[in-house]
Design a protein around this ligand. Structure first.
Ligand SMILES: [Zn+2]
Length: 467
């Protein structure tokens, strides 16, 4: 199998040689053990067996070809896609608490309240944060900021500098907003939040030919009034922005939402009434949904951010991934930092597999999640959730060149000095899922522009992507 090239050959790009792997469909892996991926003008130009790619690129100079140096074994893959994390929460990862609501009050709201544009050193901190995302091999991230416009503005500026593909929005809250309560009346919060969101959309949505996108981000039903959620839904409709929020994360939250919105049939119905469901809505968690709620998500083509490390960390529950997919829902994976303790999506993939295993202990009819299915969730599945299925998530020619190189020797026992990997694609995916991470990353590119890694070229083929 060769991925077909779709345009004429000419010099000016670069080629990465190694074990080529992607997961373009649920459960399907494509691979070439001795493969090559050619990148030109920010897009994937060709991918396939190295001999065939070489035959197509006879006029590309030898200097354009790059392969693992002595002591490394390269795996070339699509960039990873993290569909749910919180920028201001990264400094407070690992804060153990009984469950979501006390954790938010005790650890997260104080951290977010302090995450203002005036925070000393914030620009450097944000640059380091995006560098840390890139160092995981993550090339697309969908993120929440704090409630503040100024720090969200600075976060977008850092995202722009990072070269990463970033979808982001400031959280909107007008109920018990960081505990301000009476000092800051809700209507002031709501009107200010809507006005600030609108300004951020004007400044950042679609920046750099769509590399940066604004996401309208009402936090969740517990901290948003009906009026706030309805206005957020209308604003997303008007501007074409995606929406992100949290849904059905744990039992205490579900019960609390029931008391706040007695008129709604369910937590999901609260969002339906507010116009927050739709094909560009990304709902974080979705752990305890009832059949009628799953029907509602399916009917509106809403999507899900599955956050298994966070669901374990905050004792939220075991998300029934196979049920969600059984309703035809599109699902991606989120680190949910700081509900999840780290940005490493390989750990999130492992946790997704272990969630299904844990459910199987109680119900043997629950299917296992395979490495191939899991890799799909973290690449092409995430691209579908973020609305980018046509431009990123696989190595197919014509896609924008968001890709990574990992060193398989760095994940093999004893740095691969005494062992070789099993070359079967499922085995390679499993090796990465159980032992992968930033220690193995050698390079990451977005639109063919280097965003992380130590391997060879500094910055080849700066992407020029027309909108
Ligand atoms: Zn979250």
């Amino acid at each position: 199998m060769t991925f077909p090239a779709d345009s004429t050959v000419s010099p000016g790009g670069f080629v990465l040689c190694g074990y080529i792997l992607d997961a373009p469909e649920w459960g399907l892996l494509r691979h070439f053990e001795h493969g090559a991926v050619a990148i030109r003008d920010g897009r994937i130009f060709a991918a396939g067996p190295e001999s065939e790619v070489r035959a197509m690129l006879t006029d590309w100079p030898d200097s354009a070809w790059h392969r693992a140096p002595q002591g490394q074994r390269w795996l070339v893959m699509p960039g990873l896609i993290d569909v749910h994390a919180h920028v201001p929460q990264y400094p407070v990862v690992g804060r153990v608490e009984s469950e979501l609501l006390p954790w938010l009050k005790r650890h997260i709201f104080p951290a977010e309240q302090a995450f203002t544009g005036q925070r000393p050193g914030l620009r450097e901190e944000l640059d380091a944060f995006f560098a840390e995302i890139a160092a995981q091999g993550t090339t697309t991230a969908m993120l929440y900021g704090a409630v503040w416009q100024d720090s969200t503005d600075l976060a977008f500026a850092a995202a722009e500098r990072s070269g990463l593909r970033v979808l982001m929005g400031k959280v909107m809250m007008d109920v018990d907003s960081y505990g301000f309560g009476a000092q800051w009346p809700a209507v002031r919060t709501r009107e200010a939040s809507l006005a600030e969101t609108r300004e951020l959309i004007t400044t950042w949505h679609g920046r750099d030919a769509g590399r940066l996108e604004y996401v309208v981000s009402p936090r969740f039903a517990v901290t948003c009034s009906r009026e706030m959620m309805a206005a957020a839904g209308a604003l997303a409709d008007e501007t074409g922005c995606a929406i992100q929020t949290h849904l059905s994360e744990n039992h205490a939250g579900i019960e609390y939402v029931r008391t706040l919105f007695p008129e709604a049939a369910s937590y999901t119905d609260v969002y339906r009434r507010s116009g927050l469901l739709g094909p560009r809505s990304v709902l974080g968690h979705c752990v305890h949904l009832r059949p009628a709620e799953l029907d509602l998500l399916a009917a509106t083509r809403s999507t899900v951010a599955h956050c298994p490390t966070s669901n374990f960390f905050l004792n939220s529950g075991l998300c029934p991934l196979n049920r969600l997919r059984g309703y035809g829902l599109r699902v991606g994976l989120g680190s949910d930092v700081a509900g999840g303790p780290e940005l490493n999506l390989w750990q999130v993939m492992r946790s997704a597999i272990e969630t299904q295993k844990a459910r199987r202990f109680h119900d043997p009819s629950v299917p296992e999640l395979t490495p191939a299915q899991t890799l799909f969730l973290a690449t092409a599945g995430g691209a579908d959730v973020t609305g980018h299925a046509a431009i990123t998530g696989t190595l197919s020619p014509g896609m924008e060149a968001d890709l990574t190189v990992f060193d398989l020797n760095a994940v093999l026992p004893l740095q691969g000095r005494f062992t070789s990997p099993d070359p079967a694609p499922e085995a390679i995916a499993a090796l990465m899922i159980y032992r992968g991470g930033p220690h193995a990353l050698r390079g990451a590119w977005v639109r063919g522009r280097k965003v992380a890694g130590t391997c060879m070229m500094a910055s080849y083929s700066i992407g020029r992507i027309s909108p």
